[in-house]
Write a protein that binds this ligand. Structure first.
Ligand SMILES: Cc1ncc(COP(=O)(O)O)c(C=O)c1O
Length: 201
């Protein structure tokens, strides 16, 4: 979801505390606490704070070793930041259309694209699924398809912190999930983001 921030007494208190304790830079207990509480809230094992949601997507692509020769699928109805990091890696984005029910990535369109690209001998390096305006994509069939074709999911939950799909938090379905704390997001640090990585045991 998108809205302008509301600042209150608690926010002033914590900003004051950061100044008083001189933990403005580089990091400090507030950032550590933020990562821990975010991971606890979403049920994610770990969460790493970064400078923006865009940086979190970029980091996920780097961890997946996305190179200029790679193809990355991405939701078509989204903010440009979902796909910009694909361009930073000079990879090729392929946009997957939305479905009417969720307005997010259509599992039918995704399957068509996976089949089409497989027939050309191309496996996308990742699928970036966006959960726009607080609304989750239909993750069950999307996860099933990506498991079948062995393609990792990066879930762009920049706008959907706190939303749930079938009882589980948005952003925790993919191998990677990202949140944004840009000024117009559900909670904000003015600018910031977070990367969540699912660790398989
Ligand atoms: C869907 C979506 N993805 C990614 C981003 C990027 O987040 P940031 O602005 O923190 O880089 C945003 C918001 O800006 C967004 O709305």
């Amino acid at each position: 979801m998108l809205s302008s921030p509301h600042m209150g007494d608690e926010e002033i208190q914590y900003v004051g505390q950061a100044f008083d304790t001189n933990w403005i830079a580089p990091l400090g207990p507030n950032v550590d606490g933020f990562e821990t509480e975010l991971a606890e809230f979403t049920g994610a094992k770990y969460a790493a704070a970064v400078s923006s949601g865009t940086a979190a997507i970029h980091l996920a692509l780097l961890l997946l070793d996305v190179k200029p020769t790679d193809v990355v699928f991405c939701s078509s109805l989204t903010f440009a930041a979902s796909v910009n990091p694909v361009m930073y890696q000079h990879a090729t984005p392929v946009f997957i259309d939305s479905e009417a029910k969720t307005w997010n990535m259509s599992p039918i369109a995704l399957e068509k694209a996976l089949v089409e690209y497989a027939s050309r001998g191309i496996k996308p390096k990742a699928v970036i699924v966006v959960n726009l305006y607080g609304q989750s994509a239909d993750m069950e069939p999307i996860v099933e398809l990506c498991n079948k074709y062995e393609v990792p999911i990066i879930e762009d939950a920049a706008e959907s912190l706190g939303a749930k799909y079938k009882g589980k938090y948005s952003g925790t379905f993919g191998q990677f999930g990202i949140y944004s704390f840009n000024g117009n997001k559900i909670i904000t640090t003015s600018g910031g983001g977070c990367l969540y990585q699912k660790i398989r045991n």
